[in-house]
Design a protein around this ligand. Sequence first.
Ligand code: BES
Ligand code: ZN
Length: 630
Amino acid sequence: MEQQQQRRRRDGGGGTEEQQQRRRWDGCSFTEAQDWTTRHLALTLHVDFPARRLRARVALTVEALRDGLSSLTLDTRDLKITKATSNGLEAKFSLGDKHSFKGTPLTISLPFELLRGQQAVVEVSYETSPEASALQWLTAEQTAGKKHPYLFSQCQAIHCRSMVPCQDTPSVKSTYSARVSVPKELVALMSANRDGELPDNLDESRKIYCFRQTVPIPSYLIALVVGCLESRVIGPRSRVWSEKEMVDAAAYEFEETETMLKTAENLVGAYVWGQYDLLVLPPSFPYGGMENPCLTFVTPTLLAGDRSLSNVIAHEISHSWTGNLVTNKTWEHFWLNEGHTVYLERMIAHCMCDEKLRQFVAIGGWKDLLEAIKTFGPTNPLTSLVPDLRDTDPDDAFSSVPYEKGFALLYHLEELLGGPEIFMGFLKFYIQTFAYSALTTEEWKKCLYSYFSDKTEVLNQVDWNAWFHSPGIPPFTPHYDTALADACVCLCKRWTAASDSELSCFSEVDLKQMSSQQKIEFLSLLLLEPPLRLNSVKRMQEVYKFNDIRNAEIKFRWLRLCLRSQWEKAIPLALEMVTVQGRMKFTRPLYRDLYNFEKARQQAIDTFMKNKPSMHPITAALVAKDLHLA
Ligand code: BES
Ligand code: ZN
């Protein structure tokens, strides 16, 4: 009996590997988050560009959540571990088997037992792999300035473990500090407030940048960039950073940042992170934006010249509350991060412009949802709001579904419960209730029922099970005001109905009154229809000259339309777009469309194979799957 208990304590609760994995609430992580939590993480990084490695040390302040713990499992991926200590004493460690996307568990045996509430400092010395999935190492030739190499990270969802051995689950939050040694002509930034610079006493060609994040954050929000960066002040708490070639264009494009921050603060309360800076990355950055605390990362494809894509900034700003303060407990509840953030992003549009605009973008979002469901197939489990991710890589599960099904649910609730003002009351309460913690969908629902305790009957009308767990189109279709969308629908109908002889009635005047967003919506609508005839797309180019347009959202949809109509002239243009930028939202569908166009398939594969070594590791892995090469 006694012996059994001891053994159970030793191997962290007992049971088979499978039973242990079931007890872990985050199926995407090997760490025992029910036993241990990390309070602070102190990083020492030496950025080695020639070797494409971080030579590093991390000191984790971990706390036992129950008595008798002496073994800690951390997540790693492709790391070389050289040493582990615990409170300064040498500790034994061992690496487990490598899992295809979860990486390799690192188990550290502490030379002592901890009681509940006790802390220990576990220090791990390690090196990252040149293939670390969180990192892209760019050569000087791959940068705008062509003179210096560049490094950036992207940790969401589960790539942090390839940069730092840690409890890589969003259910654990900790503060962090860092010292980063880089060549002295370069600048290092992190998802933290800047905390001074020091000479590197070991090497006078280098210097050390210091950082401090004093708000507890999940590991996926740790971020690093090193490059030849400049900055411009764009607001009282904001700078924009990028290579000098685009810093002025970026300062212009993102001029509304402070207004957006103030608008968000009026809606949901104080911004607690200190600085809100923006970083414009090189074109291979795989996302539109990433809400790294104190320093949002964005793609340069937002630089449209007319601020027409600034909703991405409103979105990333909104994550300062939903996502970064209030966090999904596991990636199955990702909609809590993204659905609420899209809701807030659109409330910012409502406040800074008007309700008509919010309604218009909501219509566009619903179309994106339909498109995602069409791509996955309506019975695909990944189209559920709360999918089962036990055997799925979160990168493979990623789509518009958590964003737009999540938004549709929140909008549906807004309508049921009495409008935006009333629903914002709940959102504020939700943020106050769960700030600095992580939660599940069930906890969200309990919070909703407790806030609207006088409206239980209304809430009971919602088909919760269908919303959360059924794949495909949601159980309720929201109705939106079509004032701004009508022009797009009308023009789309004219094109789909036009015979060859009627093509002459189109002219550039058709677009004169339309905003960039309306042009995007017009093309999105056409993409939901069967392909246009080749003559029609040729005529469209003649009158609207979409090939000359810089706006990446317009260009992307236009090229897809051309490829679907099998216009060969679009092939080199599409191949160019997937090569000069790597935002997955554009690159993956274009590659898929090229693959589905018989005449373009081989060229698409050849282009990918040629570019793969210089592509972002996450993008390369997913495009390989899209092209059926993996
Ligand atoms: N946090 C996401 C990006 C992300 C999600 C990266 C999951 C890795 C895994 C970010 O906030 C986001 O949603 N970006 C969108 C912006 C859009 C919805 C306005 C994007 O990248 O396009
Ligand atoms: Zn987001």
